[in-house]
Design a protein around this ligand. Structure first.
Ligand code: GTP
Ligand code: MG
Length: 254
């Protein structure tokens, strides 16, 4: 059987982790806020020729002390199942003040999985990218990524480390109409999946119509056949095509 790529969204509570899981899964499989479902929820699917295992996990809040919670036990259970291929740090675009617990939460993740595994398979997803943050998005991204870098620097020292590939930011322009926006967001997620081994960020509002996928699903399913047949060396070409087709802006993380 082919390799199963394992994806773990992490980040503050209510940042949209479960909604992102549903978006990647293309179905309302994971419980979003107030659904009463218990995390971790783990589901597998096939997408773009990959077998994916998506794990909906616990976010951090101000009131839990992570070294006293059962968080570590849950992380170890995940680790027992296998290594992870993609960590998605999901954060609201306007969440510029990091909770004091961020460091403890990330520390436990880094203690469970190796820092190399974590940093080289890390993507940052900015959610809630709406009108209210539009004008300050650039500044907010800088503040958020800077705080994250500082924490990672304190925990493992990422500066001047030749083994670390710095993430890139893939930006989606929110001036598009709704259908175009969903298509573009989908394409960006596709790039993320194709790029699974690399490091980058996406900023965008997860489209509200994520459940229906009218038209978009059909298009992606057709492409899925193509992706499934494509060999590894075609991946770079496919990524370039998607970036060009959807005019996705890329800038380097700093
Ligand atoms: N407008 C908007 N709403 C979102 C976005 N992402 C999530 N939401 C909504 O915000 C609420 C919380 O989303 P969830 O996906 O449950 O967040 P979570 O990170 O899984 O939350 P916890 O599991 O409690 O940590 C839900 O009502 C979502 O529909 C987004 O990008 N934009
Ligand atoms: Mg959730």
């Amino acid at each position: 059987m082919s390799k199963i790529f394992r994806i773990l969204p992490i980040g503050p509570i209510s940042s949209g982790k479960s909604r992102l899981c549903n978006f990647i899964f293309k179905e309302n499989k994971f419980g979003v806020k107030n659904s009463g479902s218990k995390v971790p929820e783990i589901f597998q699917t096939k997408r773009n020729g990959f077998y994916l295992e998506i794990i909906d996990f616990i976010g951090y809040t101000e009131d839990i002390t992570y070294n006293e919670s059962n968080f570590e036990t849950l992380l170890n259970k995940l680790k027992e199942r296998n290594s992870l291929d993609l960590f998605l740090f999901v954060i609201k675009s306007n969440d510029v003040r990091f909770h004091s617990n961020t460091k403890d939460y990330l520390k436990l993740i880094l203690n469970t999985f190796s820092s190399y595994e974590f940093l080289n398979h890390l993507a940052i997803i900015f959610t809630f990218f709406d009108e209210s943050v539009k004008t300050k998005l650039r500044k907010n991204i800088d503040i958020i990524t800077m705080q994250l870098s500082q924490i990672l620097e304190e925990l493992i020292g990422i500066k001047n480390n030749p083994n670390i590939i710095l993430p890139k930011i893939y930006e989606i322009n929110s001036d598009l109409n709704e259908n175009e926006y969903i298509e573009k967001y989908q394409a960006t997620i596709d790039i993320l999946l194709l790029n699974m081994e690399k490091n980058f960020e996406i900023c965008g509002e997860i489209p509200v119509k994520d459940i229906k996928f009218n038209g978009v699903k059909e298009r992606l399913e057709k492409e899925e056949i193509k992706f499934g047949q494509s060999k590894d060396e075609n991946r770079e070409i496919k990524i370039k095509e998607l970036i060009q087709k959807y005019d996705i802006n890329i800038r380097t993380f700093c």
